[in-house]
Design a binder for this molecule. Sequence first.
Ligand code: RIB
Length: 297
Amino acid sequence: MKILNYGSLNIDYVYKVDHILQKGETQASASRQIFAGGKGLNQSVALGRAGAPIWHAGCIGTDGSFLMKLLTEAGVNCDHLRVLADTPSGHTVIQNSLDGDNCILLYGGANRQVTKEQIEDTLQSFSAGDYLVLQNEISGLPFLVEQAHEKGMHIVLNPSPMDDTIRALKPDHIDYLLLNEIEAAQLTATAFEEEDPEPLIKALREHFPKTRIVLTLGSAGSVYFDAKELIRQNAFPVRAVDTTAAGDTFTGYFLAGITEGRSVQQSLEMASKAASITVTRPGAAPSIPTREEIENI
Ligand code: RIB
């Protein structure tokens, strides 16, 4: 069994701010740091540091060689990563507030240059029973889902950022869906109260009757459900410094657990521990813990 992550790779420009900017406001930032990021890259790094057999496919520019280096060091195979001569890597501008929150402005860059030809070429190296991990920061997502489904791959979707591309995917092509409350509300057009995820769970079950779903609830933990069962997991309380990549860490470690044969409850617990470490450190990919760190908690 192999895991292929076809996903984004970004250069994150992270600005430390007192509070997230409001409309029309100008604010001086306390610092700027540059990190490896991208939802795709972060999830691959989590899978690699968890010890999973992970391949990352996508596109970067010549400015993104440190992104490939970081993936390789995390144990991720980059044979299907293309370096484009004429397009810069994707990048983000991230505000990180004093209370650990963030907001992210995304520029797609090379992530939007993934072609059908590259997808067909990459998928030749994978077969039925392998896993395909996807987010929504690259071009070609609908084609990828169709092709991988036809091959009999298990499709794992983190529908972030949410838009009409996600809404147009066929629900029965998605085997695992991992998302947060905001994404769930947007995807199912459902209103919800922060303390009560039940309306979201009901709506997701209706929209995705055959899918295994993990809904993350921030400090309230997470919940797994499918047509038959529902399993809850508490979050591990920590003081958050930077929540960037917490969801990506959770996704990577949950899938690592499931694909190595752990139970859903064990996989949720490992993912939750991993994400709790990530939020105590600055930056995206560099903040993702190793398997050893989690086991030493
Ligand atoms: O999920 C966090 C990631 O979202 C950041 O690393 C940023 O690059 C954006 O893709």
